[in-house]
Ligand binder design. Sequence first.
Ligand code: PEP
Ligand code: MG
Length: 833
Amino acid sequence: MAAAERAGSGARVGLVLVSHSAGLAENAAELARAMAPDVRVVPAGGVSGHADVLGTDADRVAGAIEGAWSTAGVLVLMDLGSAVLSAEFALDLIPAAHRAKVTLSAAPLVEGAVAAAVAAQTGGALEQVESEAVSGLLGKQAQLGGPPPAPAGPEPGGEGEWQEELFPVDLPLGLHARPAARVVQALAGVEAEVRASNATTGSGPVSARSLNSLATLQVVRGQRLRLEARGREAKEALSRVARLAGRAFDDPVTAEPLPEAVEPQPSGAEGVFAGLPASPGTAVGPVVRLGHSALVVPETAPGSPLQEAALLERALAATRSELGQLREQTARRAGAYEAGILDADLLFLEDPELADRTRAAVARGGVGAARAWQEAAARARAQWEGIADPRLRLRAADLEGVVRRVLAHLLGTPESTPTGSGILVAEDLNPADTAQLDPKVIWGIATAAGGPTSHSAILARSLGIPAVVGLGAPVLSLEAGAQVLLDGDRGSLVLDPSADAVEDAARERERRRRAAAAAARAASRPARTRDGVLVEVAANIGSVADARAAVAAGADGVGLLRTEFLFQELAQLPGEEEQFLAYQEIAEALAGRPLTIRTLDVGADKPLPSVPREAEANPALGVRGLRLGLAQPELLTPQLAAITRVAASHPVRVMFPMVATRDEVMVARGLLAAAPAPDHLEGVPPLQVGIMVEVPAAALGASVLAPLVDFMSIGTNDLSQYTMAADRGNAELRGLADPLHPAVLRLIALTAAAAGPGSWVGVCGELAGDPAAAELLIGLGVRELSAAPRRVAAVKEAVRAATLPRARRLAEQALELPDAGAVRELLASPRRR
Ligand code: PEP
Ligand code: MG
């Protein structure tokens, strides 16, 4: 996953704000952070030790630069006079390796900070962030006498020929809000006009920068999204979305087991309400209500267009800040995916269909900000509600929550909070409202409307709050304080439950609590088969945040760090020192667990902006992975030096991708041996050297390669694509490049059989994350499985359920089967036990 194209991860440019006034720097930083919750914004105002003196201080600025440091660089904005001198002097006080990545900008302090923060948040490179900062005054200039905002239509930068690309959408929920939000984010900062249409149904084109408009295309699973771009960076726009599409639009929705599509049960006895199960568990308690205050837009004459515009911007900024904080809190409480749900809310705020339409109406005069916002929202809501796909239609409720929040700020009405503890009964809940709920206060959620696949339901599940949705309007007549029993497994709500029912529910809750505690405890313990074979279950990661998630998920280490993801958005490949710092931060996050660093795997489906490549006729068969590293040792050498340095103080493994021949391994080992060897700390294991087995030639020649390395990790994603000659990114061939095909399984068996006494074989392709395949892989001889962090616990459970003799029998049977379908059936068959 491209680091900066995902929310909440990847290196973002940091900001330092230098002012003569500590207060001004502090407040400008607060403004900037409100726009960009994930960007480090560090104020450097005033003089150290002299709180009441106006002035600037080079030491303080240097400290702030280090505090804001990111491998993407740091942008420094200053107010006047000596602020510039102090900032220049500060450059001499920071490490030389950082200096090259610090830009002092002539942009205005406040407007520049805000514009830079927004650009940094979307992952803009240092130059882009600086250029946004320098243009920071344009908005204000336009507002104060410049031309009115341009009506929706051609975007700036849109000239020349249209270039077009088609993207098959193979997501269970289609191009729903989250992947659509990723498309909008991926295009952030790209200088091109980009429009989107549904190539299958012909709907569109609409602006690809608008979440609302993208949703109206209703691209469901199996359909194709057409993107057309023109302008200076048209190609870049398309390739960003291509990368995103190659990562299945970063949509891990398959990991989220959706409740079965069940029809609401008919209500039975009086006081029994039937709905849809949305989050498992039971809860008993009094009804509590949200008590939304009525948001009435007054008929009074609005202020001047300028006053109303300022009011609107303040309300949007306040809502942005609120949602940003909520996002951070959700990341801590529920996880990164769930926090990402709130990105869609944040994007509603930026959506040209909403914000720009409101701005334009306000600028025309005669209508206040609140009324204009309400009208734009009604239009957007109608678009969502007109969508045929019921799952996408649910996003209307998400939009509603954002609209209310902004309106509450515009009208100065405080947002509603639940009144007391118990079971929350509401018409519907939007994601931000749900994310705010505390399971200690709200024990269950019952809504009249809504669906089990809504974002609110996903959040309720990850917060562990039982929920039932779609209970119908009659549930709203329940009085606050009435005792109810909510059953999130069956999808019911019972008024005045019997003592027996309450007791049963309490017993069930206790059973679940114990089971969940046991699973969490077990996740961090090593996984052994029932007959004692140790299998390392590690994680695949692409960032420091992923490393933390891996540890929290109980991973035994990292089996694959995709270093190209770490540097995805950088205009220049970082040098040895920056790479060292990046790997070291990850190794430290792993607290002693082994870290497998894969050298750059660039080329084919993984282009890297900082490593431009000539077009190749067959890039998947071209100069990629280790081939590129060997062709351009200036790429590989600093990386190996950085890895060697980290390995001196942390347990590290280095792994070369796309190996085909013995010579490649020998040359790569030669480059590694030439890297300076720093003093190794006592007790730290020596650097292990391994290769990925992704090319059939490597699997077939594993016995030749194995003696050269400490380990071999099978990349089943590429191994199946090359074995089956089926492009892994081609949705039409999805069924063909199947890692469970016996042809691929035979290559895995050959590789595992080649491991010598001191070496081992792992799998780090997607297959390793499938618990159903764990026993088969163990039977084939695999002893390490590396998967996405969220898969770790389930894979460990699958290892613990296996025995070696049974696993071997299973492998023998699978190898004799005719195709992947038959292997799948075998794995699912209860008789194989
Ligand atoms: C693989 O090919 O299975 C693998 C893990 O590498 P990547 O998916 O990064 O190509
Ligand atoms: Mg691969």
